[in-house]
Design a protein around this ligand. Sequence first.
Ligand code: ATP
Ligand code: MG
Length: 319
Amino acid sequence: MSDAIESHGLTKRYGETQALAGVDITVPTGTVTAVLGPNGAGKTTAVRILTTLTEPDEGHATVAGFDVRRQPHEVRRRIGLAAQDSTVDPILTGRENLIMLGELHQLSRRRAMARADALLEEFSLTDAGRRQVSGYSGGMRRRLDLAATLVAGPEVLFLDEPTTGLDPRARLELWGVLDTLVHNGTTLLLTTQYLEEAERLADDIIVVDHGRVIARGDARTLKREVGGDTVQVVVLDRDRVEETAAILARVTGNEPVLDPSNRMVRAAATVGLDAVLETAAALRAAGIAIEDLSVRQPTLDEVFLTLTAARTHHDEDGS
Ligand SMILES: Nc1ncnc2c1ncn2[C@@H]1O[C@H](COP(=O)(O)OP(=O)(O)OP(=O)(O)O)[C@@H](O)[C@H]1O
Ligand SMILES: [Mg+2]
């Protein structure tokens, strides 16, 4: 399988700010990659370079098989971009915007109108489509932005924080539209600050912070990287919490956390399932009755916080 996006060693500096410090991204054709990172991580900068809007200082990148620096026109013909800021014309109606874009992409007026109506329907904008965009809510405008990127049927789609500002229902709807696109062969790179979104949509997740890739892999791999699972026991008899803690400490080799008022003990375990089985056997041998015994993986939020915690400075939030 070929790669729809490939970049090596991308760097970009704005004055004192190293926006990108050597980023490699590979997205196989027909797959979805999420670039995840806090404010100022360099997500938009990476998207701007890959979509030929900004030149990198160093490194190189190809999109749909063409070099973003030397063949920007070839790249642009094959991609769609929903930028972080809206790019539709507020003076026109939603429908007029889409028809204009279709005509810019060499569709006949009739085909452009048909395409516009189909997209308005897909994004639940059929009624709003007749109104001027200046009167749209933020979420409606966002949906129109996304519809606009699809007018030309791009091979590779870039979405910079596509669901920021959408309500939960609109977000679900958008996820559904993206599923269909990917099912039909579109390659997708999206940026997001929502871990849930990355996990739901992406085959691969790239975590960036301060212009560097600090982790990558699928959701499972990332969770594993941050340290193992947590084993948790709730005993029936409060007086046996201490004993249970000693068992968990022995089985996992880690310091347990005690919560006597809830009759609960938990500890980190590298292989959670093994630890659960061993704990169960040891508890039974000791005659300790339990109400609940469980193992859970870290959530992606915990992964994200662990990965970025040491590096994130609050002075970069901007205004
Ligand atoms: N045109 C520019 N001029 C000066 N500095 C810039 C410019 N574009 C980006 N930067 C800086 O580069 C860094 C990365 O910015 P970028 O917009 O890529 O981050 P981001 O991950 O998209 O953040 P956000 O989540 O807020 O959209 C930031 O420190 C930002 O201030
Ligand atoms: Mg951004």
